[in-house]
Design a protein around this ligand. Structure first.
Ligand SMILES: NC(=O)c1ccc[n+]([C@@H]2O[C@H](COP(=O)([O-])OP(=O)(O)OC[C@H]3O[C@@H](n4cnc5c(N)ncnc54)[C@H](OP(=O)(O)O)[C@@H]3O)[C@@H](O)[C@H]2O)c1
Length: 254
């Protein structure tokens, strides 16, 4: 039986990923900070999908978070065939008015946590000659993100890391994929301090597109037709105009 580690799997897109992997017969390792919420998600996955689920609480924004999670998994004798780097946090507002601690929190999770967890797991995959990694980036990774400047920059980092690792991993049997959703219905907008967009996509549609892209070893996936069209249109205009358009959208969501 194949095993997948999904971070941030107690809610939103990560929980949908867990359901889809369970439907496809995978053993699940799920991680997030709040143990009660994670345990509740694990119970639901066991009862509704008859899935084998390991739930390991972890704060991946802490310096030792990724290593401790990896060591816990290895101590249980588990090996990972796929890794979904989904846990992420956002923060919306003017750059100069945002508490620097918020920047630190986002960078520690979206950049450092994701990078260190991948660094722990990738050598085992390369040694076995197989493995699949998916990083949940964002449409914000492609374009300027006024009022979400640091969040967008962390997502651009994830996208660039994915593209660079793609080049490094050719011939190893390990694939790496970036999933770049636009606004999606979850707790994310509220936690990040903005209003959810009326046109936000469904978590199921986003996770399904990610699962398909991962299985095909696709490099970059923009889920849903609407966001594919938006990305294509944005590429046709100047960066200055993109920044103005996103500034207008983001202002409406405060
Ligand atoms: N929703 C959107 O509009 C949207 C759009 C583009 C990209 N994304 C990306 O999609 C990913 C998932 O977002 P979502 O919308 O599903 O968010 P969500 O509903 O807020 O879920 C976030 C998940 O991550 C966990 N988490 C948060 N901080 C963590 C930490 N420090 N360590 C470990 N786990 C942590 C949360 O559980 P705990 O709080 O218990 O830790 C939860 O399980 C993120 O990377 C986000 O940047 C979201």
């Amino acid at each position: 039986m194949n095993t997948v580690l999904i971070t941030g799997a107690s809610a939103g897109i990560g929980y949908e990923f867990a359901k889809i992997f369970a439907e496809n017969g995978w053993r699940l390792i799920i991680a997030a900070r709040r143990p009660e919420k994670l345990e509740a998600a694990a119970q639901k996955l066991r009862s509704e999908y008859n899935a084998e689920v390991y739930d390991f609480p972890a704060d991946l924004s802490k310096p030792d978070g990724p290593t401790q999670l990896y060591e816990r998994i290895i101590s249980e004798g588990l090996q990972m065939d796929a890794l979904i780097n989904n846990a992420g946090s956002g923060c919306y507002g003017k750059f100069v008015e945002t508490d620097p601690k918020e920047f630190h929190r986002m960078i520690s999770l979206n950049i450092t946590g994701l990078t260190l967890l991948t660094r722990c797991i990738l050598p085992d995959m390369i040694a076995r000659g197989s493995g699949k990694i998916l990083n949940v980036s964002s449409l914000g990774g492609f374009q300027p993100d006024p009022f979400g400047a640091v969040y967008g920059a962390t997502k651009a980092y994830e996208l660039m890391l994915t593209e660079s690792l793609y080049g490094e991993l050719i011939g190893t049997g390990v694939t790496v994929t970036a999933l770049c959703p636009g606004p999606t219905k979850s707790e994310f907008a509220e936690i990040s301090g903005k209003r959810e967009a009326g046109f936000a996509a469904d978590t199921r549609a986003v996770a399904k597109a990610g699962y398909r892209a991962l299985m095909r070893g696709k490099l970059v996936e923009v889920p849903t037709c609407k966001y594919k069209m938006e990305t294509a249109a944005m590429k046709l205009i100047s960066i200055k105009l993109r920044a103005r358009i996103v500034r207008m959208w983001q202002s409406r969501q405060k």
